[in-house]
Design a protein around this ligand. Structure first.
Ligand code: ASP
Ligand code: MG
Length: 412
């Protein structure tokens, strides 16, 4: 029988009524002739509560016990979903990660999936079960301990199951009806995209469009899983939502497909470091060891053997970065006159595969920002993305101006 994967996020299962609503969508697909693998998140807010309980109990917690606790939210929704389906006369049962078993690495709280053996679930489908309900976000390590896949990890569970079972499609049900050209809360002319290429989605996901966990998009791209994002609070048909798909499946698109932003950034500049071989390694090595997620890096022009080095990181990591740099200076590994932190910046990015074949996107972007009097502090580019750091207070304005400048309110 053809197989679908349907994943329901936290708000889609955030109460018994909502679970019933989700189960009804599953029942309809079964009636159409599909076997279904359902992946569920914990009820909205549950995982946050569990994380909070762990942190209050033990500030320097044992990561294995953290996973034992925070994975439990999904156990509840998986069982309730199976029960709800049974009440609708749909043959269903639930599976926790370890029962599948969904095998992962031992990297607790950020484990990676190693394998999903099909035998146990396939055997039940053969016996007449129509829906396998899987607790998302969790697995089992080679040591036999419960693991979790990182926040938002149920998306990755869903894509991994779709790949392992050769599903026709992986439908991600959430509280929005698709992927938008930008955040509709900032720009009311934001438009839902019918299709978006894997690579674009990857950029948007990692830039903070929180619809999908970045890793789930990577996995979908690698295994060519057709991924669809759609609302669990609407009646959907074949064309609902946004399809995340290979570039070749998109006939026409705008040069720029979306505008992403990241609000809580900081810009740090090491003033006057020696410009010599090994200096970048001496700076960014300790930052990595301190767990600072460095994003943009700019090395400025060198004068008399000295240069300024600028990087950006999440604003919450400034203290950690500062400590790592002062320690490196004390050890004599680097030298600098001053370390200046600007904690009032945000990142705004334009993304689109069309940039590969179209010149002039950067200048169009800079003109639009200039017209609003917005100063650019740092610029970085990749093949399909241009990002700028600007003052945080202009972030909304920048998103709106760029959305307008690239005509994103209209389809290609
Ligand atoms: N419940 C987990 C979280 O909130 C996993 C997920 O929902 O994807 O991060
Ligand atoms: Mg999510």
């Amino acid at each position: 029988m053809p197989l679908l994967v349907m994943k329901f996020g936290g708000t889609s299962v955030g109460g018994l009524g909502r679970i019933r609503n989700a189960a009804e969508k599953v029942r309809r697909e079964v009636a159409r002739g599909y076997d279904v693998i359902v992946i569920v998140s914990a009820m909205s807010g549950k995982t946050n509560e569990l994380v909070d309980w762990v942190e209050k109990t033990s500030p320097f917690f044992d990561a294995r016990e953290y996973d034992a606790v925070v994975s439990s939210g999904e156990n509840v929704t998986a069982g309730l979903m199976a029960l709800t389906l049974q009440e609708m006369d749909v043959p269903a049962r639930s599976w926790q990660g370890w029962q599948v078993p969904l095998q992962t690495t031992s990297a607790h709280s950020a484990a990676r999936i190693l394998d999903i053996p099909r035998a146990n679930i396939d055997a039940k489908f053969t016996e007449g079960m129509r829906v396998a309900v899987i607790a998302g976000f969790q697995g089992i390590s080679p040591e036999g301990r419960i693991t979790t896949l990182g926040r938002g990890g149920s998306d990755t569970t869903a894509v991994a199951f779709a790949a392992a079972f050769g599903a026709e499609r992986c439908d991600i049900y959430t509280d929005v009806d698709g992927v938008y050209t930008t955040d509709p809360r900032i720009e009311d002319k934001a438009r839902k995209l019918d299709r978006i290429a894997f690579e674009e989605m990857l950029e948007l996901a990692s830039l903070g469009a929180k619809v999908l966990q970045t890793r789930s998009v990577e996995l979908a791209m690698r295994f060519n899983v057709r991924l669809r994002v759609l609302s669990s609070f609407e009646d959907n048909d074949e064309n609902s939502g946004t399809l995340v798909c290979p570039e070749e499946d998109i006939m026409e698109s705008n040069v720029v497909s979306g505008i992403a932003y990241s609000r809580d950034e900081a810009k740090m500049t090491l003033i006057s470091v020696a410009d010599r071989p090994g200096i970048a390694a001496a700076i960014f090595g300790p930052l990595a060891e301190a767990g600072v997620n460095v994003d943009m890096i700019v090395q400025n022009i060198s004068e008399e053997g000295h240069t300024d080095m600028t990087f950006s990181c999440p604003v919450g990591q400034v203290a950690r970065a500062d400590k790592a740099m002062q320690a490196a200076r004390l050890r004599g590994d680097i030298n600098f006159n001053d370390l200046v932190a600007d904690k009032e910046v945000a990142k705004v990015s334009v993304v689109g595969i069309g940039m590969r074949s179209h010149a002039g996107v950067a200048s169009q972007m800079f003109k639009a920002l200039a017209a609003e009097g917005i100063n650019i502090k740092v610029i970085t580019t990749s093949e399909i993305k241009i990002s700028v750091l600007i003052d945080r207070k202009y972030m909304e304005l920048a998103v709106q101006a760029l959305h307008d400048a690239f005509g994103l309110d209209k389809a290609a």
